[in-house]
Design a protein around this ligand. Structure first.
Ligand SMILES: Nc1ncnc2c1ncn2[C@@H]1O[C@H](COP(=O)(O)OP(=O)(O)OP(=O)(O)O)[C@@H](O)[C@H]1O
Ligand SMILES: [Mg+2]
Length: 382
């Protein structure tokens, strides 16, 4: 069973949209898929999936971890897709007790017997439970939008996962663990910035055994990026910043899984209670999701490692896709104009409101860039 956690750091960037639509696309490709809403406390994946209001969700199980887990796994109308709803009554991940988290992880892993792909929709933020669910796979997906706040959060999320990975691998009392603890304390007191490649060099000297264990695990850790809500092919370049910062400061290599444009069709799909790939499979956004699903199916499982060339290719491909989709979007607008479904007036209004939005975002970005530069940006390239 392949596990695909979907995370982001920042909220509202499209995790649930990606999780639900990928689940549908992969099930349509003949995979046995389970989609789980792990955004406890704020779960809304059932809405994106167009699932009727769930009677039982993960909260039902967490309230009694001895209960039968199969009662919270629901069938859907889509062949091959099962759904585990979340629970809005349940306090969020931050309040999950470790026995509850462990029981949940055990049940999720046991799905292996009759599942090909398990997709986990995670909440926003970098709480430890979220990091642990993300680390159930070496190939988790990080969704970002091109906004500087979102890319910064994506980077910070990955930085936290690398530290979490270190803490799970370095056992208490070892030289590596003690070094890590000291570095963390110095950092929180502002005495030192955490620069992982440098830290790993030190750890290798102090405690080569722990270092090797970490290096082995990190070799299979290749998070995958999805750039969502882009407006322009140029936005695809923002992904390079995340890639470079991850390589330089975290010593991890991120693969680009693809781009998705911001598309008004998503709103209509949502109000029609349908995932967009079912609502309009031919739309540019649905095609982008199918393309990502194909890449997931093509890539090898579990123990795969990526070469620098693979990573370069993935970024080049994403830039190309951004150009192609942009043209397709334009063609679609032209078609609408021809058929009369869209008037010149509508188009003008849309362009005007987008320009206003862009001006607002530019101001926000400049303000944030200024603040980040001032703060020395903690190892993040602005
Ligand atoms: N490419 C897109 N085009 C248009 N709308 C989008 C796109 N991606 C996401 N949205 C919309 O943005 C909103 C946030 O998306 P979504 O709920 O998937 O994000 P999320 O990361 O799961 O948020 P949260 O952190 O709250 O769980 C939704 O209304 C969704 O329909
Ligand atoms: Mg969500």
């Amino acid at each position: 069973m392949r596990i695909i956690p979907v995370a982001s750091g920042k909220g509202g960037v499209g995790k649930s949209l990606v999780a639900a639509n990928l689940a549908v696309a992969l099930a349509q490709a003949g995979q046995r898929v389970v989609l789980a809403d792990l955004d406890l406390g704020a779960s809304n994946l059932h809405l994106v999936l167009g699932f009727h209001s769930p009677a039982k969700g993960i909260g039902t199980f967490l309230n009694n971890t001895k209960s039968d887990f199969s009662q919270v796994i629901a069938k859907t109308d889509i062949r091959g897709l099962r759904f585990i709803p979340g629970d809005q009554e349940m306090p969020g991940m931050a309040n999950l007790k470790s026995f509850q988290r462990n029981a949940l992880v055990r049940r999720l892993l046991a799905l292996n017997v009759d599942t090909d792909i398990l997709i986990l929709d995670l909440g926003a933020g970098t709480h430890q439970s979220i990091l642990d669910f993300f680390l159930l796979s070496g190939q988790g997906i990080v969704v970002s939008s091109p906004a500087v706040t979102a890319t910064l959060n994506a980077y910070v999320f990955l930085k936290n996962t690398v530290f979490r990975l270190m803490y799970t691998i370095f056992k208490k009392g070892t030289g590596a663990y003690n070094y890590l603890e000291k570095a963390r304390k110095d950092n929180s007191m502002g005495n030192q910035h955490l620069y992982i490649p440098q830290m790993l060099k030190e750890i290798e000297k102090i405690d080569p055994e722990s270092h090797k264990k970490f290096a082995d695990a990190a070799a299979h850790f290749h998070p995958r990026l999805i750039m969502n809500m882009i407006e322009d092919p140029k936005n695809a370049d923002v992904a390079m910043k995340i890639r470079r910062s991850c390589e330089e400061y975290l010593d991890i290599r991120v693969e680009h899984l693809g781009i998705m444009y911001r598309d008004g069709i998503q709103d209509t799909a949502l109000s029609s209670r349908l995932p967009v790939v079912l609502y309009k499979p031919q739309s540019v956004i649905s095609q982008a999701i199918y393309r990502i699903a194909d890449k997931i199916l093509e890539s090898e499982e579990e123990t795969f490692t990526l070469t620098d060339e693979d990573i370069d290719d993935s970024f080049q491909e994403a830039s190309l896709e951004a150009e192609i989709d942009f043209e397709n979007k334009m063609e679609y607008v032209e078609e609408l104009l021809h058929t009369g479904a869209l008037t010149q007036g509508d188009l003008l209004e849309t362009v005007k409101s987008q320009q206003l939005e862009i001006t607002k975002l530019k101001k926000e970005n400049n303000f944030l860039k200024h603040k980040l530069t001032q703060a020395g940006s903690q190892g993040f390239k602005v």
